[in-house]
Design a binder for this molecule. Structure first.
Ligand SMILES: [Ca+2]
Length: 111
C-alpha cells in the first residue's frame, strides 16, 4: 500500500471504500501472513509513518539522515508507545494482537 492509498483511507467517508482499503492495508502490514498484526509488525508500521512525518521537519532532517543515536533512541521509544497504544485501542478481544476484523471495526466505525 502506498502513501496515496493511505491518504485515501484517512480521507474517505465511504464505509465500503474504507473497508476495502483497510483490508488491503492490513495485508501489507501482516508480513508473516498470520492473520494478525502483532506488536513487532505494528511497531514497524508506526516507525515508518513516524519517520516520514519527522523527516519533513527541518530540525530533524539532518539528524535522521545521519541516524543520530539520540534521535534514533527517541524515535524507538515514541514509536513503541504509539504502537502499543494503537494495539490497545484496536484489540477488542484483548488477546494482545489485532485481527483483520478488529482493524476493520476500529477504522471503519470511526468514520
Ligand atoms: Ca485481538
Amino acid at each position: 500500500m502506498d502513501r496515496k492509498e493511505l491518504e485515501a483511507l484517512a480521507n474517505t467517508k465511504d464505509p465500503v471504500e474504507a473497508e476495502r482499503l483497510v483490508i488491503k492495508y492490513f495485508a501489507s502490514i501482516d508480513v508473516n501472513n498470520s492473520g494478525f498484526i502483532e506488536k513487532d509488525e505494528m511497531i514497524m508500521v508506526v516507525k515508518t509513518l513516524y519517520e516520514i512525518e519527522i523527516s519533513k521537519r527541518p530540525e530533524f532532517k539532518d539528524a535522521l539522515a545521519k541516524k543520530d543515536p539520540k534521535i534514533m533512541e527517541a524515535i524507538k521509544i515514541e514509536t513503541e508507545k504509539i504502537a502499543l497504544d494503537t494495539i490497545k485501542k484496536m484489540d477488542l478481544d484483548k488477546d494482545g494482537r489485532v485481527s483483520q476484523a478488529e482493524m476493520v471495526k476500529s477504522i471503519v466505525l470511526s468514520k
